[in-house]
Design a binder for this molecule. Structure first.
Ligand code: GAF
Length: 398
């Protein structure tokens, strides 16, 4: 029998470890406070957020916690429990590509806030996280958003959550160099317990869509394929570029402007088969997000979204070509075990699969995926049940 945890990141990491690490790293001092921000899973709407499209993620109860004190200069000193090191940079020295590595995600937020005209103080930070890295659960957005809310409070910046998400995205785009959309940061900041966040990435309008699977006897299972993924590599950027090429050839501001009813006509106007398939994924994916959101808003049985989830996976596998064998194997095994729908979640090339399953079938579904992995010679997957949680904010360290 498989061990499956039920949402149990740490349910809002208490921060005690970060406070202790802060004291050891920074000469026995105590932080001014602790700020927490979650990772996310995206129910549906993949690679739509940099084409002005729709997404439907939820914030997890796993996240990053930052124990933080404000400094009187512009130094950013960060102790990472994961890396086991303390690194620092002057905010004045931060810019595209500098600093490289994990510190860039944090320093980049300060840089983006300063670029937006804010007076950004230096910080001492101790960081802890229980979001698995490279699993497609937005471990980096959790870091960015934890430090963004800390900066907002300690620097008295008065920014709303959407403005903080924009700064965190700029950190990732301009300092780290990954051309991502804004979904992950918005989910981390706007997440709400028991809800999905429906986001229109053009208007940036957020709608909380109630998501109570338990009353229907259902669970959203997250299966980590343990095939590592990275957004800074060329594949994500290539998808971004081919979508931009498609939009430009079609004469639209973004692929969001192509409606699914006009898809065949649009595809006929494209001369490159790869671009055609990328466009088809984005246009049909936007339509699936709208259908899933409508179904859930109507209070219908959520089992009805299962087929759309699976269609989304097929589209990512065949048209967008962002899945890998371990991910496809998890989807196939979950579906064969009776899941109502299954799909990869996140940027792709590894990471996690979501399966919508009857709660009574959680363990048997994970067992089925484990058997399929064993047969294929893959490392065993790790699974947990997603719990939709609240977004980033200050927490009392306990
Ligand atoms: C990554 C990116 F960061 C998001 O912006 C989004 O594009 C996602 O991949 C794919 O939907 O998580």
């Amino acid at each position: 029998m498989s061990d499956v945890t039920h949402g149990e990141g740490s349910g809002r990491m208490p921060g005690e470890r970060a406070v202790d690490a802060f004291a050891s790293a920074f000469a026995g001092t105590r932080p001014d406070g602790c700020w927490w921000a979650p990772g996310r899973v995206n129910l549906i709407g993949e690679h739509t957020d940099y084409q002005d499209g729709f997404v439907l993620p939820l914030a997890l109860d796993r996240g990053a916690v930052a124990a933080v004190s404000v400094r009187s200069d512009d130094l950013l000193r960060v102790h990472s429990l994961h890396e086991g090191v303390t690194a620092s940079v002057r905010l004045a020295d931060v810019g595209p590509g500098n600093p490289s590595g994990w510190l860039g995600y944090l320093a980049g937020v300060g840089w983006a806030l300063a670029q937006a005209g804010h007076d950004v103080p230096g910080l001492d930070v101790a960081l802890d996280s229980d979001v698995p890295i490279g699993a497609g659960l937005s471990s980096s957005a959790a870091l960015e958003c934890a430090v963004a809310v800390a900066w907002n409070d300690l620097g008295d910046l008065g920014l709303d959550r959407t403005a903080l998400a924009a700064a965190a995205r700029r950190a990732e785009n301009d300092v780290v160099g990954a051309p991502t959309g804004v979904m992950d940061q918005m989910a981390s900041l706007h997440g709400r317990s028991g809800s999905l966040m429906f986001l229109d990435t053009r208007s940036m309008h957020v709608e909380q869509v109630p998501f109570d699977l338990a009353v229907h006897g259902l669970s959203l299972l997250v299966i980590d394929s343990r095939a590592p993924h990275a957004l800074v590599d060329g594949e994500y950027a290539e998808r971004h570029a081919s979508c931009a090429r498609g939009a430009s050839q079609l004469g639209v501001r973004a692929l969001r402007d192509i409606d699914v009813t006009g898809l065949d006509d649009a595809l006929a106007r494209l001369d490159d088969d790869v671009v055609r398939r990328r466009v088809r994924h984005v246009v049909t994916e936007n339509d699936r997000v709208l259908q899933v959101a409508d179904t859930l808003r109507s209070g219908a049985d959520p089992r009805r979204i299962g087929a759309l989830m699976t269609d989304s996976h097929v589209s990512m596998r065949d048209d967008f070509e962002i899945t890998v064998p371990r991910v496809d194997a998890a989807v196939d095994a979950a579906l064969a075990a009776g899941a109502h729908g299954a799909r990869m979640t996140g940027g792709g090339f590894g990471g996690c699969v979501l399966a919508l399953v009857d709660s009574a079938a959680v363990t048997s579904t994970v067992d089925a995926v484990r058997s399929a992995y064993a047969e294929a010679g893959f490392d065993p997957p790790v699974a947990f049940v997603a719990v939709a949680s609240s977004g980033a904010g200050r927490v009392v360290p306990t």
